[in-house]
Design a protein around this ligand. Structure first.
Ligand code: FAD
Ligand code: SF4
Length: 475
């Protein structure tokens, strides 16, 4: 009998009600039960051309129908093994990948080509299934062995313990190389550890994923700001190869009033709360003062995460973004979540200047409404100001969640390192930089994208590093 195609009956993940979740940093998406996961897995059609659909849509190439098939067979360890062939951190990617633009956005049920209607069906919930499988293995305490190759005698330094550096370290260690990771902060994970709020990505889960690397013998050196406490050129001398995965964590606003008291960068707010637990001040020793009303500028993941954080601190939260919801880079469902929690979102609104009191403290932000015009170089309609629509939003603080840039401190001592016109590190298709033995990947190369892209680039760079040291370097 032909399989019934279930276009619309996608299973949603159960969510904590908005009025409860706004009071806690606990994760608010509860994840599938076994029965929901089995039911959702049954929706997959196991398309023969999945390599042109969901697999192609996944930046790291997870065998989507392969792992979903294992779920339908009740073989969750098998499903886990299938995922980690491509993606080392299933419970992280299952939670935070923008799947609607990736695997799910390429799912045949979404395109609904069978019925000839585009974008009418609801895709298989691939992300929630990946999270389910990752959580099952983690919570059940089952061990999945990760094999390590024979020691090669080669040593590689990885700079930055974000997803790019971690994925690179993971693969190099599996290939038998000795890997040392140098990280400026006291914890590994990069943006996953200090940026994304606990409510979206619980920290114990990152720690669990990191154990895989420790079991493989990867050593971490925290509190090492490469470029300050140790030079990149020293690492290049002391190791057979170096991978640079320092991300793009420096931000800037560049509008009038951005020096005022009460203006924060998103990273400062998120790090204070996410890493230093300012939400539990004075127990934590780290305060944060956003006043009673805050305005967040931006329309990406970072803006949404600042809103999640501010709402949980009990602050009236506004988000201003110069484009529309559809053209924003944050996940659509997350706009719904923060709106349900009470965030006020001002679409098509461009900040003009921040207003301050005589004492130099933020009192408001002047904005102008925008209209969509012709497409710009990114292909998105260009927002243009509507004359006479200037207005002020009164507030006590402003958080800028835009203008992410690479921080060059790690490679300032290498003038021969070629950069792009955007200030990112230039690499070839094998993630080799212009400096022999130095490879790079993740946000420092792509200027700021996604966790899964950083993981994919870290993995590809590991293969290039392996090839380089085996073929070009003596142990
Ligand atoms: C707030 C926020 C929310 C996001 N949400 C999502 C999301 O939901 N889903 C998604 O897919 N993507 C999200 N992103 C994007 C994603 O987090 C990044 O694309 C990804 O983390 C990039 O990985 P990376 O390893 O290149 O860099 P990072 O994660 O930035 O890690 C770089 C690491 O290098 C360290 N470092 C920097 N300089 C030095 C130095 N000189 N010496 C030693 N160490 C150094 C840093 O401390 C950091 O730990 C978000 C980004 C932000 C800022
Ligand atoms: S495209 Fe959708 S239905 Fe087809 S194999 Fe992938 S997840 Fe399953």
């Amino acid at each position: 009998m032909a399989k019934r195609i279930r276009y619309e009956d996608r299973n949603s993940e159960p969510l904590m009600p908005p009025q409860e979740r706004v009071k806690t940093f606990r994760e608010y998406a509860f994840g599938y039960s076994v029965s929901l996961a089995l039911d959702e897995a049954q929706r997959c059609l196991f398309c023969k051309d999945a390599d042109q659909r969901c697999i192609k849509g996944c930046p790291i190439g997870v065998d989507v129908p392969g792992f979903i098939k294992k779920i339908t067979e009740g073989d969750l360890i098998g499903a886990y093994k299938k995922i980690v062939e491509a993606d080392p951190f299933p419970s992280i990617c299952g939670r935070i990948c923008p799947q609607e633009r990736q695997c799910e956005g390429s799912c045949i049920l979404y395109y609904d080509t069978v019925r000839g209607k585009k974008n009418k069906g609801l895709p298989v919930s691939i992300g929630a299934l990946e999270k389910f499988v990752g959580d099952f293995v983690r919570i059940s305490g089952m061990r999945v062995n990760i094999e390590r190759g024979e020691p090669t005698g080669y040593r590689v330094a990885v700079v930055g313990a974000g997803p790019a550096g971690l994925a690179c370290a993971y693969d190099l260690a599996r290939l038998g190389h000795e890997v040392h990771v140098y990280e400026a902060l006291p914890k590994a994970g990069g943006v996953m550890a200090y940026g994304i709020p606990h409510a979206r990505l619980p920290r114990d889960l990152i720690e669990w994923e990191l154990k895989k690397l420790r079991d493989l013998g990867v050593r971490f050196f925290f509190g090492h700001v490469v470029g300050k406490t140790i030079k990149l050129s020293d690492l290049l001398r002391d190791y057979h190869a170096v991978f640079l995965g320092v991300g793009a964590g420096r931000g800037g606003l560049g509008i009038e009033g951005d020096h005022l008291r009460g203006v924060y960068s998103a990273i400062e707010v998120l790090t204070r709360v996410g890493l230093l637990r300012a939400d539990t001040f004075p127990q934590s020793g780290t305060p944060i003062d956003l006043g009673k009303r805050t305005v967040i500028i931006g329309g990406g993941f970072t803006a949404v995460d600042c809103a999640i954080t501010a709402l949980r601190l009990g602050i009236e939260t506004h988000v201003v973004y110069r484009r529309t919801r559809e053209t924003s880079s944050a996940r659509q469902e997350e706009w719904d979540h923060i709106s349900e929690e009470g965030a006020i979102i001002h679409w098509l609104t461009q900040p003009l200047r921040i207003l301050g009191s005589e004492e130099g403290k933020v009192i408001g932000i002047e904005c102008i409404k925008m209209a969509l015009g012709e497409p710009d170089e990114s292909g998105r309609p260009k927002p243009t100001p509507i004359e006479g629509s200037e207005h002020v939003i009164e507030c006590d603080s402003v958080i800028f969640a835009i203008g992410q840039k690479a921080n060059p401190v790690a490679y300032e001592d290498l003038p021969e390192l070629e950069l792009t016109k955007y200030g990112t590190v230039k690499v070839d298709e094998n993630f080799r930089t212009s400096v022999r033995g130095l490879f790079a990947g993740g946000d420092v190369v792509n200027g700021g994208d996604t966790v899964v892209r950083a993981l994919a680039e870290g993995r590809k760079a590991a293969q290039s590093i392996h090839k380089f040291i085996i073929e070009e370097v003596k142990p």
